[in-house]
Each structure stands twice: as C-alpha cells, then as structure tokens.
Design a protein around this ligand. Structure first.
Ligand code: URA
Length: 216
C-alpha cells in the first residue's frame, strides 16, 4: 500500500502531480522511514533531466552525493559521464539518474532489503512521473531490487543484454556494470563501453522511428 492515512508528509510526496513537486517534497521531507536517515546529510533524489526518456538506476548515494545532494557526482558518476560521452550521450540532458535508495548507507555498504523496501515507493513514483522508454540498471543491486524475481544471476551474463519485464510495460531494460566496479577493475572498461554503445545504437534507432520519443 502506498498511501498511509496518517503520514501526511509521505502522502504529499507520493501524491505529487509533477516531477518537480515530487522532488521538492521528497528533498525537504526529512524522511525517516529507515535507519539510513540517521547518518545522511541530504536526501539524494536524482541528477539530470526528468523530461528525458532514459532512466539510469544506481545503488545508493556515496559520500560526495550525500554532501552535495545530487546523484552520481563523485568518482563513479564522473566515470559514468565520461563513458557515456564517449558514446555521444549526455547524461545530464538525455537521462535522469536515480538510485534504489535515496540516502547514503554507512561506509557505502549495499542497501539492506528493508531499506530498499522503505524507499521503493519513491522510486516507483519516479518511474510513474518520468515514464521512461529505456531503463539502464547499473550493477547487481539495481537489478536485484528492480527485478526481484530474477533470483541468482551473474553480472557477466546479464550485463549488456536488452530485456523486457511485465512490471515495466513498454520499457526496454538493460543491465550495465556499475561504474564503481570499473574503477576497481579497469580491465572491464572496454566491455562496459561496448554495452554502452549497444544501448546508444538502440536508442538512436528508437528515436528515429519516433523522433519525439526522446522527450527532449
Ligand atoms: N553510486 C551509486 O550507485 N549512486 C550514486 O549516486 C553514487 C555512486
């Protein structure tokens, strides 16, 4: 159940009619639905263009994101921008970047299932308001939480593959390696680049068929 009769703050966020209203309400909400609120500085809602039709989903804000209140502005985010730019894709203009959880987990650990579950209604509302045509899932955490019926998987098998899922009608999804993984193992950079080019070719073809589909 999304709405709580007794939680007016949450209802204002989830009932927002526009993305701008949603973002403002969530940023200022002082949300305390899970323990991550105790150590965070900022609620990190996103970065990029909410009109764009490519949604990129990461894991959780890191230290820089927590300080600045913007998604993917630290080392991993800069690498993501650099790789996307190599494929002539401007993340700020052509996509909206969000995370599974909106508050930084201590020591940058992966979000726990109950933290992701507490934050899930916010991600769901972002999806409803943005209505993306493509969702890029960055890394295993995004895949696990957005496609819970996936079960056990290996990133090597999943990354770079297009798929569809009944929970996201009309949307094409693709899993990419998380840029933090490429920072740890730069030998994987060419593979990730190949996957990004595959996404970009697909997106260019899709936009050719229906030029307004990019939402820009
Ligand atoms: N890693 C993520 O998954 N998200 C961010 O916003 C930053 C780093």
């Amino acid at each position: 159940m999304q709405f709580d009769l007794f939680d007016e703050g949450q209802n204002e966020i989830l009932g927002a009619k526009t993305y701008a209203e949603f973002k403002e309400a969530l940023s200022k909400s002082g949300c305390a639905r899970c323990a991550l609120s105790e150590s965070r500085t900022h609620i990190v809602v996103d970065r990029g263009n909410p009109e764009a039709k490519v949604l990129i989903v990461g894991e959780a804000p890191g230290e820089t994101e927590d300080r600045e209140g913007k998604a993917f502005v630290g080392r991993a985010g800069r690498l993501l921008d650099e790789l996307m730019k190599e494929a002539s894709f401007d993340t700020d203009r052509e996509s909206l970047i969000v995370n599974v959880v909106k508050c930084r987990p201590p020591e940058n650990r992966a979000p726990q299932p109950k933290e992701a579950a507490s934050c899930a209604p916010f991600l769901k509302r972002q999806l409803e308001l943005v209505r993306p045509r493509i969702i890029l899932l960055l890394g295993a955490t995004a895949l696990k939480h957005l496609i819970p019926d996936k079960g056990d998987f290996s990133m090597q098998e999943e990354a770079g593959r297009f798929f569809e899922h009944a929970d996201y009608p009309g949307v094409t999804l693709m899993v990419l390696y998380h840029p933090a993984f490429i920072l740890r193992d730069p030998r994987k950079r060419p593979v990730m680049m190949e996957h990004i080019r595959r996404f970009k070719d697909y997106w260019d073809k899709m936009a050719c068929v229906s030029p307004s589909s990019k939402g820009l």
